[in-house]
Design a protein around this ligand. Sequence first.
Ligand SMILES: *[C@@H]1O[C@H](CO)[C@@H](O)[C@H](O)[C@H]1NC(C)=O
Ligand SMILES: [Zn+2]
Length: 518
Amino acid sequence: MRVFWLTFLVQIALCYCQYRYGPDRLWRITNPNDLKSKELWFHDGQRTLYDKLATPPNQYVAKNIIFFLGDGMSVPTVTASRIYEGQLRGIIGERNRLSFEKFNYVGLSKTYCADRQVPDSACTATAYLSGIKANYVTVGVSADVEVNQCAAAKLPENRVSSIASWALRARKSAGLVTTTRVTHASPAGLYAHSANRDFESDADIAADTTVTNPADCSDIAKQLIEGDIGKRLRVVLGGGTSKFLPTTSVDENGNPGERADGRNLINEWTSGKPGISRYVYNRTGLLGTNLRRTDYLLGLFAPSHMPYSLDNPVNTPTLSEMTEAAIGVLSKDPNGFFLFVEGGRIDHAHHDTKAAKALDETVHFSNAVRRALELTNPWETLIVVSADHAHTMTISGYPLINNPITGLNSELSDVDGLPYAVLSYANGPHPELFYPSTGRIPPVLDGKDALYPHPVPMTEETHEGSDVAVYANGPWAHLFTGVYEQSALPHLMGYAACIGPGITFCDLQPKSRYNPLI
Ligand SMILES: *[C@@H]1O[C@H](CO)[C@@H](O)[C@H](O)[C@H]1NC(C)=O
Ligand SMILES: [Zn+2]
């Protein structure tokens, strides 16, 4: 007994020493003056080197893949969000790291789509989930399909197969989690083929007067419930009841449906599953679900997108909670799983130029990644974190260290002497709020001294065309370094997990190299 207590006290002391003097202290700096210490930077550099040297490439088979997608999570969004999170924790935000920034392997993905320099979330979903670049606004189809050409989208040769279908074909389970409607462009890339991302319900198709033959179009909600891939997804969690219910009925929270065909796709989903299926519509229901005894889980927590975390929603689960539930259901499959998790509202907040919400959603996205890391084993689970496209938000000026990231710059404009914000956008709604004048002067783009436009009025702030980062951890994470097309991502993931139509690790290696843990 005495030995037990002695060991216990030694453990506590070790924990404390680790906390007080261990390497993590380098990231828990609270005094800005510490950043002036040359010892700090020496130890920081040595620590980084040590971490690299201590990480041999992981060449096991990825039994599971979790792909985290921060919609619109540009590199400046990641930087600003790490500062935001650090400042909330009371440490020097610039030194903070989001969960996935601790991954050892990072690359850059080129996001343009087949016909646009700056992409949308539909053509990019096609690229990062199916490995083929598509046209703007189209999803799950090749670039032979132009927007709204539903007849072309029906042709099998124009339909591309997603990594979810590769996983299912390899007898793994697949699922999706998002904070948007589950029929929104990014998750639709897993299971739908549509000449227009906006065709989420039959009412959406009818509302588009430019569609020549609406009968050729199949709405995305219907494809989720009865499509080859959609109906086999084990987990579907997010928002969007309105796309599944007829106008004649309301969901459990009293919100009406919008379908004109009279179908109740939620009822069809629950009644049509082999095994135990459960439908939940609030946080209590999700957290109370016995995941061990659930084969299929559908959770729709809002009529449209799920609310922003900063709006303090009542009884809706967080992205971490949904991710945990999804892993709970999917990890029962002895063959492994593919899970797609989207932090979908980073993008929406940016479109509204509401930067604080974009940063806050990014922190919640990072929390979900952390939860997934805690619940899985890095020797068998590949976790890839990326974004579909960038946004125009910048971090500008020369604010002092520890300047509140969502606040005003410590410096004034050296031209008009007025304050300005640290974060700003290239365009967006109502620029007159910031630039009241009789009119905007168009830029004259004549050579090396040309002045480029700033705050351009747009209904919504737009996407931006820079590369986005890819962070990877687990088997074959080292493949994700370098600069490559976004459409290469599923090829790399497929190789690691031995799924998909391309070359895989299992094609090339003898059995002895297989993961002994599987
Ligand atoms: C939440 O959902 C459960 C069913 O999953 C239900 O029993 C409960 O009444 C719901 N709670 C609220 C506040 O709507
Ligand atoms: Zn967007």
